[in-house]
Design a protein around this ligand. Structure first.
Ligand SMILES: Cc1cc2nc3c(=O)[nH]c(=O)nc-3n(C[C@H](O)[C@H](O)[C@H](O)COP(=O)(O)OP(=O)(O)OC[C@H]3O[C@@H](n4cnc5c(N)ncnc54)[C@H](O)[C@@H]3O)c2cc1C
Length: 535
């Protein structure tokens, strides 16, 4: 099965290759917003545009803080740094970053044997066991009593369970793909410094309005400081404020609240123990779920919940109890979130990136991936000078398909839950606001015919690869009840778990302890002083 390989091969953004040598189609780009979205976009654009004479400026309000959360990534972040030539040794220590093998989902299902499972990042090594996993899952859906829990089949699950780093020695023939955990504020500062060092201009000012040209595009923005700043292209990275796309251009917003109920979060740090895990843990709570993210300096914790089902005080108390911090003198941060997406992410001469373009709650930590893909994908059009109506349409369809496919994957976590302890979980399980492709996928799963082809053909595959769909359905235990299972026949029971265990255990033994691996990353050299450009 090639899903893992395909997933890994497409990690580096395609942009930057085949850039046109003619004059760039725009000369001045203004990015409004200096959060992670603003700086990631600036860096990706700077890579190929600055040398072609394009001026890129980030405007950031001194009065509006960045969201300051968002501490987990997918493996795509590795492609982001690789494409910019930024080594782990440079950015990881600066951002208190750790390695992430995947996510454990704890207490989402009450099905015996499936109360907990790990969603791994797929790796080259998994090509050796992926076929066995899919075979066993398909056999079990069809009633054979074979082992089909994902945790036994993936190297990443073994590494995470043993607090090992997904960094193999040079002599090991397989790369194990991984994401990262990091301090969101430090990452923002790091990206800011890097972008400015690479020629991006920075201007601290509060944008008060966008001034439209006769054709409805944005001609300039006005600031509280009394300036008018013009550009040919604007990027809205103003977070949930949606200043340019929504407020100025009145781009419609498509809410996902009918199938993703969570709209608030409360966050709290807690101290690290002796070991540093190499996974995020997502624990189902009474009205949502709690994240636990290990950094080199602390744990980041938070509870993402539905304010329609519990109050902020109830959420904070439940999180504190969960962490053993009921009486601790540590302050909690409360946040509101809006879950959904813009109808168009590129509208006239404006692109929206980050929370300004949409957000699918942080359960699978996909937001930075959306930033990266939106900015890289747009850059392909920009580099080709392909800025017409048809290009807008193709781009928006591509980004929307990614949003919809990812949304459906996240919805599956909730839809397949079997908790009955609160109205929140019962409402999630009963919710029939499901997309057509998702309904078809569930029907196909239950029919026992296998879902690989369907995922590949539909928007579902734009969000998550086939193996992830298998991992979630199997991990949640969507199989016939144990009493209905039959002893496997020779074909169904062809794979021996002892052989798979042996292969993976021997492989895992090559990987270092996570804390030791992090300590081996060279400390960052002295920080260069921050260059600030003013108009
Ligand atoms: C609870 C929670 C958990 C999350 N967890 C994850 C995770 O694990 N992984 C992940 O990938 N993502 C996660 N995210 C999402 C992630 O935090 C964001 O996608 C990321 O930080 C990018 O944010 P942003 O830059 O779009 O917006 P922000 O950080 O909100 O930045 C907005 C910027 O716009 C500027 N601005 C606003 N108004 C003006 C104005 N009028 N004039 C000038 N500038 C202005 C602000 O000063 C700021 O610089 C999480 C989000 C939430 C809410």
């Amino acid at each position: 099965m090639s899903t893992a390989t395909l997933f890994n091969e497409s990690l580096s953004p395609a942009s930057g290759r085949g850039a046109h040598s003619g004059p760039p189609p725009v000369r001045r780009i203004v990015i409004v917003g200096g959060g992670t979205a603003g700086w990631m976009t600036a860096l990706l654009f700077a890579r190929s545009l600055i040398e072609r004479g394009v001026e890129i400026t980030v405007l950031e309000s001194p009065a509006v803080a960045t969201i300051g959360v968002g501490e987990g990534s997918t493996p795509w972040l590795r492609g982001f740094f690789d494409s910019l030539g930024i080594e782990e040794a440079q950015w990881m220590p600066a951002c208190h970053a750790t390695y992430k093998c995947g996510i454990t989902f704890d207490r989402w299902s009450t099905r015996p044997g499936f109360e907990r499972y790990f969603h791994p990042f797929a790796s080259m090594l998994d090509n050796l066991t992926m076929k066995q996993f899919v075979h066993n899952v398909d056999a079990r859906v069809n009633g054979a009593d074979v082992h089909a829990h994902p945790d036994r089949f993936f190297i990443a699950a073994r590494l995470a369970a043993a607090c090992r780093a997904p960094k193999a020695p040079e002599s090991f023939p397989f790369d194990v793909w991984h994401g990262y955990h990091f301090d969101a504020v430090l990452l923002g500062q790091f990206l800011h410094e890097k972008a400015v060092a690479r020629g991006v201009r920075y201007h601290s000012c509060h944008v008060t309005q966008a001034n439209l040209a006769a054709d409805g595009s944005i001609a300039s923005v006005s600031t509280r400081e009394g300036e008018t700043i013009a550009a040919e292209l604007f990027v809205d990275c103003t977070g949930f404020a949606g200043l340019l796309m929504e407020k100025a251009l009145r781009t419609p917003y498509v809410s996902f609240s009918s199938n993703l109920f969570n709209d608030a979060a409360v966050a709290l740090p807690s101290p690290l123990g002796a070991e540093i895990p190499s996974e995020t843990v997502s624990t189902a709570m009474r009205h949502g779920w709690a994240w636990k993210i290990p950094l080199t300096s602390r744990y980041g914790n938070g509870y993402v919940y539905s304010s329609g089902h519990c109050t902020r005080d109830e959420a904070e108390t439940e999180l504190r109890r969960h962490l053993g911090l009921l009486d601790a003198d540590v302050e909690a941060r409360h946040l509101k979130m809006r879950v959904g997406r813009l109808a168009r992410h590129w509208n006239r001469n404006c692109l929206a990136v980050g929370l300004a373009q949409g957000f699918i709650e942080p359960l699978e930590a996909t937001a930075l991936l959306f930033i990266q893909q939106t900015a890289s994908s747009f850059l392909e059009f920009l580099e080709k000078g392909d800025l017409g109506e048809e290009a807008h349409q193709r781009f928006n369809e591509r980004v929307n398909a990614h949003f919809e496919g990812t949304r459906d994957y996240i919805v599956t976590h909730y839809k397949t839950n079997t908790r009955t302890d609160t109205e929140y979980w019962r409402a999630n399980a009963a919710n029939m606001n499901l997309s057509e492709p998702l309904q078809q996928l569930y029907a196909l799963w239950m029919s026992g015919k296998g879902i690989a082809a369907a995922v590949g053909q539909q928007a579902l595959g734009k969000g998550y690869p086939v193996f992830s769909w298998y991992a979630i359905m199997a991990g949640m235990g969507i199989f016939p009840d144990p009493g209905q299972l039959h002893a496997p026949n020779a074909r169904e029971g062809v794979y021996r778990m002892a052989e798979i265990d042996d292969l993976l255990e021997r492989s895992a033994g090559n990987f270092p302890d996570h804390r030791t691996a992090l300590q081996a990353i060279a400390p960052r050299r002295a920080r260069p002083s921050l260059q600030v450009y003013f108009f």
